[in-house]
Design a protein around this ligand. Structure first.
Ligand SMILES: NC(=O)c1ccc[n+]([C@@H]2O[C@H](COP(=O)([O-])OP(=O)(O)OC[C@H]3O[C@@H](n4cnc5c(N)ncnc54)[C@H](OP(=O)(O)O)[C@@H]3O)[C@@H](O)[C@H]2O)c1
Length: 238
């Protein structure tokens, strides 16, 4: 039987390419987005490539939307195999381009944390029980080099975004600990600086390069790593 994957924030960028590459590996993919038209357009593109991809709406900041996705999967499929917590926002580059922590705004942090941390947290809470059904699961949480505590001694950019990516790493470790006696593996990934709308045109990696480790973590063999932080398929420090 085909494995079933959910990817959040998948109408463009890394999420969209993750859907494509998972489906190319014969995985059935539920592509989710908060905007129905953008999401359906993205699905149409992948279906035109003969890939097994379906659409379901999901705003990761809305608990009812998360619950509705969970109920849909439970009813239609009875289980889930793969979750890629990809949806993310980065807003402080506009209001705090110098990355000055003294100017970081709590309102920006609150808004960013809703998407980048509370979203993945609640998706794990709602969807991992559907992985327990078959004692199989792979969860990938999109972090960043700015989520590395060690990087924050070197970089001075995007402080509120960085705080949220550090926090999502904590979400990874806490779930990994809770799931350590299961075949449900959960890891964080730093995709590098990638040429998406968020990364901008000067980024050094193509989207395909950015997705490589995401897809690897989403398809880890049994007995693979859990509770880690990965870049280029290598474990990196927090
Ligand atoms: N690009 C990089 O260099 C880079 C580096 C490190 C980490 N990352 C991380 O990689 C992930 C993907 O980034 P990207 O570069 O592909 O960014 P992107 O091109 O800006 O795409 C972000 C996606 O997230 C979606 N999204 C935002 N808020 C959402 C919400 N509340 N509910 C559902 N979807 C939502 C967006 O949907 P809309 O189209 O509706 O806005 C969009 O589809 C993010 O978590 C990002 O932090 C990226």
């Amino acid at each position: 039987m085909k494995k079933l994957a959910v990817v959040t924030g998948a109408n463009r960028g890394l999420g969209f390419e993750t859907c494509r590459q998972l489906a190319q590996r014969d995985i059935q993919v539920i592509l989710t987005s908060r905007d129905r038209v953008k999401g359906q357009t993205a699905v149409d593109k992948l279906q035109a490539e003969k890939l097994d991809v379906k659409y379901h709406p999901l705003d990761v900041t809305n608990p009812e939307s998360i619950e509705s996705l969970s109920q849909f999967i439970s009813k239609e499929f009875g289980h889930l195999d793969i979750l890629v917590n990809n949806a993310g926002i980065l807003t402080d580059w506009v209001e705090n381009p110098d990355g000055d922590i003294f100017k970081a705004k709590v309102d920006t942090l609150r808004e960013t944390i809703e998407t980048n941390v509370y979203g993945p947290l609640q998706l794990c809470q709602q969807l991992i029980p559907l992985m327990k059904v078959q004692n199989y699961g792979r969860v990938v949480n999109l972090s960043s080099s700015l989520g590395k505590l060690s990087s924050n001694m070197d970089f001075t950019v995007f402080p509120t975004y960085g705080i949220t990516k550090t926090a999502v790493n904590a979400v990874t470790v806490l779930f990994a600990n809770a799931l350590k006696d299961t075949n449900i593996l959960i890891n964080s990934v730093n995709p590098g600086w990638v040429q998406t709308d968020m990364g901008g045109p000067h980024a050094i990696r193509t989207i395909a390069e950015g997705v490589d480790t995401i897809v690897w973590l989403a398809t880890l063999p049994d007995g693979g790593p859990t509770g880690g932080f990965f870049q280029d398929k290598n474990l990196i420090t927090w």
